[in-house]
Design a protein around this ligand. Structure first.
Ligand code: FES
Ligand SMILES: [Fe+2]
Length: 459
């Protein structure tokens, strides 16, 4: 079988294309000791939801490591290696204590930091407690998510708090998870692949199904956007702009931000997204590897009047493997439902357990995906400088660029109109960046004022 790509590109050429190239493990595999795994371990990662920590321990798997998470009766969270360091019994069968967790087999008690507190079957003068530790990772809870740091202790960073976690005032962060039986990277890349929103989330594949009823084309995503992608924060982030015409007089500019290695900040997911005057982040997500062929999206739905003025979102629908927007975000449907109205879950999980980059045929729409792979490979290889924005103190918060703005801009002839959409996207981003030197609260007011001026100028 020829591996010559030219020979493979012929009609009825299936015979020449039967081999599947190997996955790009340098950036997709995250088991301990892998290049990407070591890089990703340098960041705080969500590992479960707070509601999953009850009086019973929770067995979890993150980046190929078998772990157990629990909240002891003093309220402290522990994330420990799952197999007891005595003789290997799983701590998922352990008993949560007022301090730490007791292994069910011989009663050894491990503190949240891995310290051995009790060895009831050992002689009283046993010195085991002085020298044995269970593998443990630092962990904490914030707004219903449990975060752990699994990297080298001397490289532990501060947890990055973005201003969208706090603003606008009254924002409520509601935690959720969505389980994906495929490699984490294809789930993450789906966000940079913004053009799919106009196709997968349109009703093109759903003959005979009411698009609105099926939750499809919900956001006015049907219009093909003018896309622009930019590398930012010293190569640690990508900002991309999707500008769409949503009415003869109106243009919707959406900015989404990806922050290495696996965070995204996304604008409104409600039908009102295409009509809100200006709104910030509606969704923060981490795409977390369970192992190389399974992943979980952990995140916060942001609830506030700004991103969802009509209160269409539903907190009660967000939780463990559950989310309140679009269909096809989880694997909870029948196979036929997935075939008749495929969503992100069907599109991503079917890219193979690990998407094979070498078998792809990239086009313009994949610009953001390929930019991401370049940036993350640079970072994995240690070629990326630190994000300088992280040392700037904006009242303790990092600025967020994810947003939606709708501007008054009368339609022009087609080619000219596409140029106008691109230009308006850049102008909104420039206004967002004008506020870089301001603390978050003032920045928001500045952005609104300047958008009003832009809106006036576009009339
Ligand atoms: S295996 Fe855990 S205490 Fe013995
Ligand atoms: Fe999608």
């Amino acid at each position: 079988m020829s591996s010559d790509r030219n020979v493979q590109q012929v009609a009825y050429g299936g015979y020449f294309k039967r081999e599947t190239p190997a996955p790009d493990l340098e950036i997709t595999a995250t088991d301990p000791g892998t290049p990407m795994g070591e890089y990703m371990r340098r960041f705080w990662q969500p590992v479960c939801l707070s509601v999953e920590l009850t009086d019973l321990p929770k067995s979890i798997r993150i980046m190929g490591e078998h772990l157990v998470a629990f909240r002891d009766r003093s309220g402290r969270v522990g994330v420990l290696h799952r197999n007891c360091s005595h003789r290997g019994t799983s701590l998922e069968f352990g008993i949560v204590q007022s301090r730490g967790i007791r292994c069910c087999y011989h009663g050894w008690v491990w503190d949240v930091d891995g310290r051995l507190l009790e060895t009831p079957a050992e002689p009283e003068d046993s010195k085991l407690k002085d020298r044995v530790f269970q593998g443990a990772y630092p962990a904490f809870e914030r707004d219903g998510l449990v975060f752990a740091y699994m990297g080298a202790p001397d490289q532990k960073p501060d947890f990055p708090v973005f201003d969208s976690y706090v603003y606008p005032k009254g924002t409520k962060l509601v935690p959720f998870s969505n389980v994906y039986p495929c490699n984490w990277m294809q789930v993450h890349e789906n966000i940079m692949d913004h053009m799919h929103t106009a196709l997968l989330h349109n009703n093109m594949t759903v003959a005979g199904v009411d698009a609105t009823e099926a939750g499809l084309n919900l956001l006015g995503f049907g219009d093909m956007p003018v896309m622009q992608w930019y590398e930012t924060r010293n190569g640690n982030a990508i900002i991309f702009i999707a500008s769409r015409r949503v009415a003869p007089e109106k243009v919707w500019v959406r900015i989404t931000e990806m922050y290495l290695p696996n965070i995204v900040h996304i604008g409104s997911l409600m039908p009102s997204a295409a009509s809100v005057r200006h709104a910030g982040v509606c969704l923060t997500r981490w795409h977390v590897p369970v192992d190389n062929t399974h992943s979980i999206i952990f995140g916060w739905r942001h609830f506030n009047d700004e991103v969802d003025p009509d209160h269409i979102g539903d907190e009660a629908k967000c939780g463990v493997d559950a989310i309140d927007f679009l269909v096809g975000q989880t694997g909870g449907r029948t196979y036929e439902e997935g075939q008749r109205a495929p969503g992100d879950w069907e599109a991503l999980c079917s890219q193979r357990p690990i998407a094979i980059h070498a078998a792809e045929t990239p086009g313009f729409s994949d610009t953001g995906v390929y930019l991401y792979r370049k940036l993350v490979r640079n970072a994995v290889r240690g070629k990326t400088p630190a994000d300088s924005t992280r040392v700037v103190n904006h009242g303790g918060n990092l600025h967020t660029y994810g947003q939606d703005s709708v501007l008054h801009a009368p339609e022009r002839p087609k080619k000219e109109d596409r140029a106008l959409l691109k230009q308006l996207g850049l102008k909104v981003l420039a206004i967002m960046k004008e506020g870089d030197a301001l603390p978050s609260r003032k920045r928001d007011a500045h952005i609104r004022k300047r958008l009003d001026e832009l809106d006036g100028g576009a009339r």
